[in-house]
Design a protein. Structure first.
Length: 700
């Protein structure tokens, strides 16, 4: 008895499963699956095949109906789940991610929401760098951006093909494909990924429409998964040779994408793309691809692709460890199953009108989530005046939310300290940019820049240099010292290289120290900066130079059997570098003294602890990390003795040390913090030390 042929091409779901498996391998275990990114290329081929099926099935319709049908079905399949995952990711970004990751991801969410995540990236946004750093939880949406953008081209490419005689179709699609292929190799690998379009042959190359083969899409509950149907007079007969070929192709493709050795993308990408297209043509009846396990993984592959990266990003950002990596992977799979069973299946049964309403609701929910801080600021600080750039006023408190009736409007104010502490950390990286500085490197506050708009009466050439504290102090230094300068050259070094690992618990290894470098944490970038600082100061020959640097390694104890500075290798490197600096500085080198660093994980809890009446001394001990700063101070003080009178310390210790409690206090009595989660001074902290720079600059 003949079994009814299933309406669904199970083998194609199996190909999807293989693709998502290697993508997961690439993201979760990149050392063991370095070629897994090729799975995304396989998704492109499958998507192109589906587009062709949709268009081929509707080719008898009028042009406007064909286009409407195509967009309705495609957007119905993609948008609801995509927008839901964006929204949930934003919620968890605010709830569990460190506040320093929020600003970057809010910006990325805007691009993701508009499907332009594949825009040309700056060097700081390099895609493969993001895969390693894992801060941008929307990095993976670039592939959906490519697909959506291609949707705006493919119906018109297809309609143009219908005006061309069939015998020229191979040439038509072949020329388009070759144009894109050549374009991809004419630009960099990263740009190619960002601009990649998947021109697939929508006629003989994708859908055979002759006596041998024809695939058409069945309208099954408006779920446009790929289906196959026997058509009267045109039955697809797959011979044994085709089945054998499908197994050979499947094994070869999986071997390439899952190999533990990195292969040249310029070679394997075309092979995998063409090989996947050939596999689609002969895979029907392949028992491996049609197995229940693989087909179900294929069913959940869209959910799994969208969900897995934010979870992995959180794991890597917080240095979860190997065990938690597997927990993250299993959590991704579990959430994908739940989403598929209870959300995807549900909305695919809805009418197009209801799906449209759902899409609009989710879209505006994302807009509100992205701009929530701007919205809350508008509500919370409506009509309030500020005298300082940190927005802290005397009437602000930390305590229960309170209400104020003013001008017949009921305004709800949240806890000021909690709210502003959060905003300062969230906006910290953006605040590193100095509006007056003309940067040599575009789109980054690191590297070198020269300040503009200085007073015509300025006398001195000034250089400010160091790690990210240089950029952190740039605005306030410009405001307090700019009137004395005829030029200000600024150099801020950031030590993390593309591909190096960064976590919220290990941000200290990302900073370069201009006076010291070792092999323990020093990246090649820091080693290069160590020389660059010397070179730029030699070239500039400033009157004054200012060393803005939070100590990292110079607080390390003496090595074994070393008790004096003349035999201390750390100090000797510092001294040698300092002498090179002052040889090219006319008057004086100002060096920032060491103070204890902060415990990053404690920052978000301070305002609430103050609100709850916790003893402030206990909060001091909870927040401050005193290790090694004393040794750093001793080395700096010895440096003053060996500086031949050309160095002066800038010491923040009197500003932050509480003599009555004998503790360092990095917050005020209302809970407003002086530091951010990136260990930079917050706007409130900068205001606290402003007078230090007023005094220094007035005496130049």
């Amino acid at each position: 008895m003949n079994q009814p042929k299933p309406s669904k091409r199970l083998d194609l779901q199996g190909i999807r499963a293989c693709a998502i498996i290697v993508v997961l391998g690439f993201h979760f275990f990149p050392n063991y699956c370095p070629n897994g990114y090729l799975g995304v290329d396989q998704f492109f081929v499958l998507s192109g095949f589906l587009m062709c099926m949709l268009l081929k099935r509707a080719e008898s319709l009028p042009a406007h109906s064909l286009i409407t049908t195509f967009y309705t079905r495609r957007f119905k399949r993609i948008l609801p789940l995509y927008l839901l995952v964006l929204f949930v990711s934003l919620i968890f970004l605010y709830l569990v991610f460190p506040s320093s990751a929020i600003e970057t991801n809010q910006e990325s969410a805007k691009y993701a929401l508009l499907f332009v995540s594949n825009r040309a990236k700056s060097d700081q946004e390099n895609y493969f760098q993001m895969l390693s750093v894992a801060i941008d939880i929307f990095t993976h949406t670039w592939s959906l951006a490519v697909e959506i953008q291609f949707y705006f081209l493919v119906p018109f490419i297809f309609l143009l093909a219908t005006k061309i005689p069939i015998k020229y179709h191979y040439g038509y699609y072949g020329v388009l494909g070759m144009m894109v292929y050549l374009y991809g190799y004419s630009i960099s690998q990263n740009s190619s990924k960002n601009r990649k379009y998947c021109f697939l042959m929508c006629e003989e190359g994708g859908v055979k429409d002759n006596a041998n083969v024809q695939f058409i899409l069945e309208n099954r509950g408006e779920n446009d998964e790929i289906h196959g149907e026997e058509e009267e007079g045109n039955v697809r007969k797959q011979n044994k040779k085709g089945v054998v070929s499908s197994y050979i192709l499947l094994g070869s493709l999986f071997l390439i994408t899952a190999l533990p050795w990195t292969l040249s993308s310029k070679i394997v990408r075309p092979i995998v793309t063409i090989g996947t297209g050939l596999l689609i043509l002969c895979s029907e009846g392949n028992l491996v691809l049609s197995s229940k396990g693989l087909t179900y993984i294929g069913d959940i592959s869209y959910s799994l692709y969208l969900i897995h990266w934010p979870i992995y990003a959180y794991w890597k950002l917080t240095s979860g460890g190997t065990l938690l990596l597997f927990v993250a992977l299993l959590s991704s799979i579990g959430l994908a199953i739940v989403t598929f069973e209870f959300f995807e299946k549900w909305y695919l049964k809805l009418s197009s009108k209801n799906v449209g309403a759902l899409v609009m609701i989710l879209f505006f929910a994302n807009v509100i989530a992205i701009y929530k801080d701007d919205i809350s600021d508008t509500i919370q600080y409506m009509g309030r005046d500020y005298s300082n750039v940190n927005h802290v006023t005397e009437n602000m408190t930390v305590g229960k939310p309170y209400f104020l009736i003013d001008k017949n409007l009921l305004r709800i104010f949240l806890d000021d300290a909690i709210h502003l502490n959060y905003l300062w950390s969230k906006n910290d990286l953006n605040n590193l940019y100095a509006p007056s500085c003309i940067y040599e490197s575009v789109n980054t506050p690191y590297g070198w820049c020269r300040h503009s708009g200085l007073s015509k009466n300025g006398k001195y050439k000034i250089v400010t240099f160091g790690n990210s504290w240089t950029a952190n102090h740039a605005k306030i230094f410009y405001e307090e010292c700019g009137y004395k300068a005829k030029s200000i050259l600024q150099g801020a070094a950031y030590g993390r290289e593309p591909g190096s690992r960064l976590s919220i618990k290990h941000v200290e290894i990302s900073a370069c120290e201009p006076l010291y470098i070792s092999g323990n944490y020093a990246s090649d970038v820091c080693k290069s900066n160590f020389t660059t600082f010397e070179t730029r100061i030699e070239q500039e020959k400033p009157d004054y130079a200012f060393h803005f640097t939070r100590h990292v390694e110079i607080g390390a104890p003496f090595p074994d059997n070393v008790t004096t500075f003349d035999k201390d290798p750390v100090y000797q490197i510092m001294k040698g570098q300092m002498l090179k600096f002052i040889a090219n500085i006319k008057f004086k080198l100002f060096i920032m003294h060491a103070i204890p660093t902060i415990v990053v994980d404690s920052i978000g809890k301070v305002a609430r602890m103050v609100k709850n009446g916790i003893d402030l001394i206990n909060i001091d001990n909870f927040l401050v990390h005193p290790d090694q700063y004393e040794m750093a101070r001793k080395r700096y003080e010895q440096l003053m003795k060996d500086c031949n009178g050309k160095c002066e310390m800038v010491d923040y210790l009197p500003e932050f040390y509480n003599n009555s409690t004998k503790t360092f206090r990095y917050f005020d009595e209302k809970g407003f913090l002086y530091f951010t989660t990136n260990r930079h001074l917050s706007p409130h902290g900068l205001e606290k030390i402003r007078h230090v720079w007023t005094d220094i600059c007035s005496k130049l």
